[in-house]
Design a protein around this ligand. Structure first.
Ligand code: NAD
Length: 282
């Protein structure tokens, strides 16, 4: 029986710590604030945006929301981002992805001031993370590091395998594990012998975007399994990239879906919002 790594509980602990810090900063006249921009009304995006606003309200971060129509042009969106970059009362800017087809996501990410890039997607933030300089960390992988540390999982010298090489999860995850002195392997859609590579992992992080792809044949007995995937199956039940029922009996520890990685992403976004004022006033 694996230990269940409770992301809901750990994210709540983090939000409570941040709530205290936000209150202390406010007493010093430093108010954290986040501008959240959503273009169009994709239902999944609306849920994410709402959850982010709720978390802001809980922690004590002022949130300002922009709900723009789906036909918004790239120039209009870039205009709003530039205006927010210049506003003294806005410390963090988040543009909810994905954006409609007429807008180039990379151009929008690059337009956000690196000092307000609370998603950690700007090339400057990524570069800083890569060379170990202070800066905003990508929220999902940073949340996974917190999940592991706060669950007492030792990473130094461990064999960690990350499946997936996306810019928002797989690649930054590998870099952050490396920072913790783990030995890191990144597997992806062109990897040969995926099962064999995964079976070497002490810690297996799965971010493939394929429902229940990872079964027990991919998992070494006693390994820690972190499931980043979020899906709804044919019965509309939430599930991850890992077949939880099949893997749980052989794993040492495992994250559930829901209640694993998901809540950590938002907690780390809140941390980045406070980081924006911590670093501003240093
Ligand atoms: P992505 O589609 O951008 O990347 C998937 C990666 O998996 C690619 O690098 C690809 O090479 C690899 N891959 C695909 N099929 C494979 C296979 N059969 N074998 C090995 N590798 C394979 O996805 P992403 O944005 O990294 O997200 C991954 C999953 O995580 C999705 O389900 C997404 O919804 C979820 N997600 C969750 C959170 C969260 O907060 N919990 C945040 C971001 C993404």
């Amino acid at each position: 029986m694996a230990k269940i790594i409770d992301g809901k509980k750990i994210s709540q602990e983090i939000k409570d710590e941040l709530k205290k810090e936000a209150a202390a900063l406010r007493e010093q006249g430093k108010e954290a604030s986040l501008a959240v921009i959503q273009v169009g009304s994709d239902p999944a995006s609306s849920i994410y945006v709402n959850n982010k606003k709720k978390a802001c309200a809980y922690v004590g971060i002022r949130s300002v929301s922009y709900e723009l129509p789906s036909e918004t042009t790239q120039e209009e969106l870039l205009g709003i981002v530039r205006e927010l970059n210049d506003r003294e009362d806005i410390q963090g800017i988040l543009v909810q992805l994905p954006l409609p087809a007429q807008i180039d996501e990379d151009a929008v990410i690059r337009a956000i001031s690196p000092q307000k890039d609370v998603d950690g997607f700007h090339p400057e933030s990524v570069g800083r993370m890569c060379i170990g300089e202070k800066g905003f960390l990508s929220c999902t992988p940073a949340g996974i590091i917190q999940l592991l540390k706060r669950s007492g999982v030792e990473l130094e010298g461990k064999d960690c395998v990350v499946i997936g090489r996306s810019n928002i999860v797989g690649k930054p995850m590998a870099l952050l594990l490396l920072r913790e002195n783990a030995t890191v392997t990144v597997a992806h859609s062109r990897t040969r012998n995926l099962k064999e590579i995964c079976r070497r992992a002490d810690v297996l992080v799965v971010a493939v975007g394929k429902p229940r792809l990872i079964t027990r044949e991919y998992v070494k007995e006693g390994a820690v399994v972190i499931d980043v995937g979020i899906h709804r199956d044919a019965e509309n039940k939430m599930c991850g990239d890992v077949d939880f029922a099949d893997v749980e009996p052989v794993a040492g520890a495992i994250t559930p879906v829901p209640g694993g990685v998901g809540p950590m992403t938002i907690a780390m976004l809140m941390n980045n919002c406070l980081e924006a004022i911590r670093s501003k006033h240093e």
